[in-house]
Write a protein that binds this ligand. Structure first.
Ligand SMILES: NC(=O)c1ccc[n+]([C@@H]2O[C@H](COP(=O)([O-])OP(=O)(O)OC[C@H]3O[C@@H](n4cnc5c(N)ncnc54)[C@H](OP(=O)(O)O)[C@@H]3O)[C@@H](O)[C@H]2O)c1
Length: 343
């Protein structure tokens, strides 16, 4: 199929970042869009998801190999198939998967999924509560944390993409829900709009005391997003048989020195508690469960959600920085291209 020779803007990773110097190691370059080869599809990016873990992918091998230098940065994409040489996809299909920080890219479609057709939801819902973010919150809390009615669930980075959904699912399950977030505005959003029972501003003085007061019966499930001092404060409050779904540790992703471990980790022994890491990627085959339960919660307004949407490929790095300064509320994403007409 002859190409329309579309221009492709892509962020190229030139070097491994140190201490979060993303602007020095990423460069926006233009070239001709690639054509889909045999068995491949070409995806046009509509929304680019910006995720804390992208900083890890830039630096070293983790659960995924590090992004190769001098190639386009990798990222989760919601896009539209605009060329298909694959029997599994047709031009016009709306899809999501691991793509590139680029207008266009080609893939063999492995790991790519067509979006489910749930009426009445904007496409951005599949970036947020019904995408990777929602799945992380849903499976991390319910499968790993296993909260019971009446228990206290504490979540850090609570006004962020994952945390804001975790707290609301825990409320639906009948828990006492406490969020930790940076700033009075975010805390007000959690208690005022999302129904959290309490929210603690970890940037305010006396926050550890406030946290203790907000969890009068201790903590049964601590949903870990941040690491560092916040982890220590949560461990101090953990109840017997407490559970810690270890989702991430954003405070450490740009560290230039190995971060110190929590001083009080041995609490896990005294409390017969469980800390367990998990990866949303492992839950791919179970996404249907999440759609079935979360879909109605979202449609009925039981779960509120926000996509913090920036605009334009040229603004990707400015937007990405927000994750590490607390500039985002809800799911951070960038609109790269137009949604298909009538889509
Ligand atoms: N295991 C998995 O499969 C999986 C999947 C998705 C995400 N995650 C992890 O889940 C966590 C949340 O990710 P997300 O996508 O939902 O991002 P997010 O919470 O929307 O954004 C990051 C937020 O973290 C907070 N933060 C940044 N630096 C911090 C620091 N030094 N100390 C305390 N808080 C800090 C900021 O909020 P404040 O204003 O409150 O500081 C910021 O807005 C991350 O650790 C991420 O790596 C894991």
């Amino acid at each position: 199929m002859p190409s329309e020779a579309a221009v492709n803007r892509q962020w190229i990773l030139k070097d491994r970042p140190k201490g979060g110097n993303f602007e020095e190691v990423l460069e926006l370059r233009e070239s001709a869009a690639p054509d889909a080869g045999e068995g491949q599809i070409r995806v046009r990016t509509i929304y680019l998801s910006l995720d804390p873990t992208n900083a890890v992918w830039m630096q070293y091998d983790s659960y995924l190999p590090a992004v190769p230098l001098d190639g386009p940065m990798h990222g989760l994409v919601l896009g539209v198939v605009d060329q298909s040489n694959s029997p599994k996809f047709q031009a016009g299909d709306l899809v999501s998967g691991l793509g590139r920080w680029a207008d266009y890219f080609v893939t063999d479609g492995q790991g790519w999924a067509k979006l489910p057709d749930i009426p009445g939801l904007p496409l951005t819902a599949y970036m947020g509560p019904l995408g990777m973010t929602g799945a992380t919150a849903y499976f991390g809390l319910l499968d790993v944390g296993r909260p019971k009615e009446g228990e206290t669930v504490l979540v850090s980075a609570a006004a962020g993409a994952v945390g804001s959904i975790v707290g609301q699912i825990a409320k639906i399950k009948g828990c006492h829900v406490v969020g930790i977030a940076g700033g009075a505005e975010k805390c007000g959003w959690l208690t005022g709009e999302l129904g959290f029972d309490a929210a603690v501003d970890y940037k305010a003085s006396g926050w550890r005391k406030a946290l203790r007061a907000a969890c009068p019966k201790g903590v049964d499930v601590y949903f870990e997003n941040v690491g560092g001092e916040i982890t220590e404060a949560a461990l101090d409050l953990l109840n017997i048989r407490g559970r810690i779904p270890f989702c991430g540790a954003i405070s450490q992703y740009n560290a230039t020195e190995p971060p110190p471990g929590p001083k009080n980790l041995s609490v896990l022994v005294a409390k017969r508690a469980r800390m367990e890491g998990f990866l949303v990627l492992d839950y791919g085959p179970r996404m249907g469960e999440m759609y079935r339960e979360m879909g109605p919660w979202i449609a009925e307004g039981k779960i509120k959600w926000k996509v913090d949407l920036d605009q334009g490929m040229e603004n990707v790095l400015t937007s990405f920085r927000k994750l590490f300064t607390g500039g985002n509320t809800g799911k951070l994403a960038v609109r790269i291209g137009e949604e298909p007409a009538g889509g």
